[in-house]
Unconditional design. Structure first.
Length: 460
């Protein structure tokens, strides 16, 4: 088998991996990103997400660096909706434009190669150190050797194959998956006028922290329980009566992104081929049903049609590695700082309930945020490996604060930079000099400290 050698291998060029690759390359490492789909960005693009959450603590911006650079590039293309960039918790953006912009962003770097339509299918471990992977495209199967491997597959697939410890909740506890869709032909003025005249009654499923969010741009609504309350639904739509459907405007006229929390009763890492096929078929049919219900029962949607079904089924939760540190709910509610802070998070913690009806929510007051420690990206028992994105080490109630796309990108910059430093200094990711990592991240624009602080407070 042919072998290629790199300093850093990034497995999965999704939300986290694309920034991880960028950071590694910019810091001097010869970097390969291997992505199984035909675009960069993962859930950010192929997942058609649309609401890029986690930028502020409701009073101050807490995310900058390469994530902000991407946001600026999208702004230049008119592909972002914002209200006040310094306090918005979220930006609404165009996932299709993002595909092109991510290609351009990486295309400007000298040290980076991206293989599309190529999967990491096996991992090479020598003693306890991950030293590479086997990758497979339609045409070829080759061995990649790398000094550091970064697992940004979302599912901690590389870490799991390498034998690193991980956790996964059982089928009946895990957060539901959702396939994102988009409706076009929406009369948004009419929709907004309708909700202004008919305020939501059954809004207990709206997280209090999100209610009347002044720091959220564009239009966002938590439905459709109230909309369907008095409707005589045909039998095939009856199951939607209790669903949570979050819909948001986009940068484009007459367009709405639909994010339904409705449960798909199969685990995100289901092993059975039949299960995985059913997830796709059921979720696609559900989107069609939601579109029909909205068209029929919500004023302003009369002429709306399903214009897009995302090409990646959205997984909120699957494996989480057991890292050198596991983030806890107490860390969030205490707005804890860590000696190895590499970023910040402030969105309400909690998770979508498994049946898809609501969310548990834990919020912080405006102006407070939590540090993100580097150690939660270091899988126990393995060297040469970093893990970032929604599969890092945390207890489930922390999920909604750590898995947002802004925080995934922040972690991406941290692991990419750490990997390059490990290569430069001939050490392992675990032995990287933390003050040097933090200084490098700060030099490259990242926000590590709470608003108003000049340095990180004593760690816990
Ligand atoms: C339904 C839903 C709604 C959400 N809503 C929001 C929201 O409104 N705002 C927000 O900020 N966040 C939201 N999130 C969270 C956020 O989108 C995700 O947590 C985040 O995008 C995950 O990033 P990631 O890099 O970990 O994974 P991904 O972005 O999924 O990237 C993983 C990448 O790895 C690739 N990959 C996987 N395995 C392999 C392999 N073996 N070989 C090669 N490539 C591989 C995949 O193709 C993918 O591109 C939502 C998530 C879901 C599922």
């Amino acid at each position: 088998m042919r072998t290629e050698e790199y300093d850093v291998l990034v497995a999965g060029g999704g939300t986290t991996g694309v920034i991880a690759g960028l950071a590694a390359a910019r810091n001097g490492a010869r970097t390969l990103i291997v992505e199984r789909q035909r675009c960069l960005g993962g859930q950010f693009t192929a997942g058609s997400q649309g609401a890029w959450v986690g930028f502020s603590d409701k009073a101050n911006r807490i995310v900058s660096g390469m994530t902000w650079e991407l946001r600026d590039l999208l702004m230049e293309r008119g592909a972002v909706v914002e209200d006040d960039p310094e306090t918005d918790v979220c930006f609404l953006y165009d996932p299709e434009v993002s595909k092109v912009v991510l290609n351009e962003m990486l295309g400007r770097e000298e040290n980076i190669t991206t293989y599309f339509n190529t999967s990491v299918v096996d991992v090479i471990v020598e003693d306890d150190t991950v030293v590479g992977a086997i990758i497979q495209s339609q045409m070829d199967r080759i061995e990649i050797r790398a000094k550091v491997v970064i697992d940004t597959t979302g599912d901690a697939s590389v870490a799991a194959q390498a034998g690193a410890p991980f956790e996964i909740r059982p089928r009946k506890e895990i957060q539901p998956m959702t396939l994102i869709g988009r409706l076009a032909g929406v009369d948004l003025d009419k929709v907004q006028a309708h909700y202004a005249a008919n305020p939501v009654e059954f809004d207990h499923h709206v997280p209090p922290a999100w209610r009347d969010y002044k720091s959220f741009p564009g239009f966002m609504h938590y439905g459709i329980r109230d909309d369907l309350k008095n409707a005589k639904l045909p039998q095939h739509l009856e199951y939607l009566r209790h669903w949570l459907v979050i819909f948001t405007s986009t940068p484009n006229p007459g367009e709405v992104t639909i994010n339904c929390s409705g449960a798909i009763e199969a685990q995100s890492t289901a092993a059975e081929f039949e299960d995985r096929a059913r997830q796709e078929i059921v979720s696609q049919a559900c989107l069609y049903d939601v579109a029909e219900a909205m068209r029929t029962y919500i004023p302003g949607f009369e002429n709306a049609y399903l214009s897009l079904i995302a090409s990646q089924l959205g997984v909120r939760e699957s494996r989480r590695i057991i890292g050198d540190y596991k983030l806890t709910l107490d860390d969030f509610t205490s707005a804890r700082e860590f000696e190895d802070n590499v970023g910040r998070a402030a969105m309400p913690a909690g998770f979508h309930t498994p049946e898809g009806e609501t969310m548990t929510v834990y919020d912080l007051p405006a102006g407070q945020s939590m540090g993100i420690p580097y150690r939660c990206m270091l899988p126990q028992t393995r060297e040469g490996l970093l893990v970032a994105g929604r599969c890092v080490s945390y207890e489930p109630p922390v999920a909604n604060t750590i898995r947002n796309m802004a925080q995934c990108m922040v972690m991406g910059q941290a692991v990419g930079t750490a990997a390059a430093l490990a290569v430069e200094h001939g050490t392992t990711p675990r032995a990287v000099d933390i003050p040097l990592l933090q200084a490098t991240l700060r030099e490259q624009g990242a926000t590590l400290d709470p608003a108003g602080a000049s340095s990180v407070a004593a760690g816990v």
